[in-house]
Design a protein around this ligand. Structure first.
Ligand SMILES: [Zn+2]
Ligand SMILES: [Zn+2]
Ligand SMILES: [Zn+2]
Ligand SMILES: [Zn+2]
Length: 239
C-alpha cells in the first residue's frame, strides 16, 4: 500500500526536519537562522523590508517553500526563482495575481488591459504581511501555486541574491503500485484516469508500464511540476 506522505520539510539553516505545520514556528526560533541574520546585519548590504513568503502547490499543498524576498527585488526575480527551483520546463509564460491585479510581462507597444501591471514591479510595492496571491506557470498545462506573505521585517538580506530559501518540503515518498519499492516515476495517464496511488512506479515497473499517453511514466522530482510537459527537474543551484 502506498501511503499519503507527511508534508515535512527541512530548515535551510540548521538542516532539521520539521513538520510542515511547525516550520513557521521553527524558523522564528531557529538559532542558526538568527546567527545568519546577525551575520547579514554586520555586512555592507542595504537594509530594506524583507518579506517572508510561503509558496505551495494548489493541488494538495505537499510541495512548499518558505522564502525571504528582498523589497528591492522585483516580481521578475520571484518568477525566475520559482522557475529555477520548481517549474520551468520550456520557458512558458507565467503571471502573478495579487488582489485583482495581474502582474505579467507587458510587451512594448501594448497597453495594459484592465487590472494589469508589469511583472517588473518592485516587491516592496506589491508585498505586505498578510497578503495572499497566486502564481501560474504555463497556461496550457498549468502549474498553479498559492503565495502567502506570512511576515515582514526590516533588515539586511541574508544573501546577495534577491531571494533566500528558508525551508522547503522533503520530497513526498510514495511506493510503487506494482511492487511497493520507493517510487521514482509517475504515470500521468493513470494519475488523471484513476488518481493516486496507482500512478506511482519504481524505475523497473515504469519501464514495463503499458500507458503511452503523455509519453509514458515520467521521472519524479521534488516539484509540483513533476510529470507535466517536458519537466526534467530543477536548475542547478544556487539560484
Ligand atoms: Zn533551523
Ligand atoms: Zn513545457
Ligand atoms: Zn515496482
Ligand atoms: Zn499508467
Amino acid at each position: 500500500m502506498a501511503r499519503k506522505p507527511a508534508s515535512a520539510g527541512t530548515c535551510a539553516f540548521c538542516g532539521r526536519e520539521v513538520a510542515g505545520t511547525g516550520m513557521t514556528k521553527h524558523l522564528a526560533t531557529c538559532a542558526e537562522r538568527q546567527a545568519a541574520i546577525d551575520k547579514a546585519e554586520a555586512s555592507k548590504r542595504k537594509a530594506q523590508p524583507l518579506y517572508h513568503i510561503v509558496v505551495r502547490d494548489t493541488i494538495d499543498g505537499l510541495y512548499w517553500l518558505h522564502l525571504e524576498v528582498a523589497g528591492s527585488s522585483t516580481l521578475v526575480d520571484v518568477d525566475n526563482y520559482l522557475r529555477a527551483i520548481w517549474v520551468d520546463c520550456c520557458g512558458h509564460m507565467s503571471h502573478f495575481v495579487f488582489g485583482t491585479t495581474r502582474y505579467q510581462e507587458l510587451i512594448d507597444g501594448f497597453f495594459a488591459l484592465g487590472d494589469q501591471k508589469n511583472i517588473t514591479t518592485k516587491a516592496s510595492e506589491v508585498l505586505r504581511a498578510g497578503l495572499k496571491g497566486r502564481y501560474e506557470y504555463d497556461f496550457g498545462t498549468p502549474t498553479e501555486l498559492k503565495i502567502e506573505v506570512i511576515g515582514e521585517r526590516e533588515g539586511k538580506p541574508l544573501t546577495t541574491k534577491p531571494l533566500t530559501l528558508l525551508a522547503r518540503n522533503v520530497m513526498p515518498a510514495y511506493e510503487c503500485a506494482d511492487c511497493g519499492e520507493p517510487a521514482t516515476h509517475i504515470c500521468m495517464q493513470c494519475y488523471f484516469e484513476q488518481g493516486e496511488p496507482g500512478c506511482y512506479l519504481c524505475a523497473a515497473h515504469a519501464k514495463e508500464h503499458a500507458c503511452t499517453l503523455y509519453g509514458g511514466p515520467k521521472k519524479r522530482f521534488n516539484s509540483p511540476r513533476t510529470g507535466r510537459c517536458k519537466y526534467n527537474g530543477p536548475a542547478k543551484p544556487p539560484y
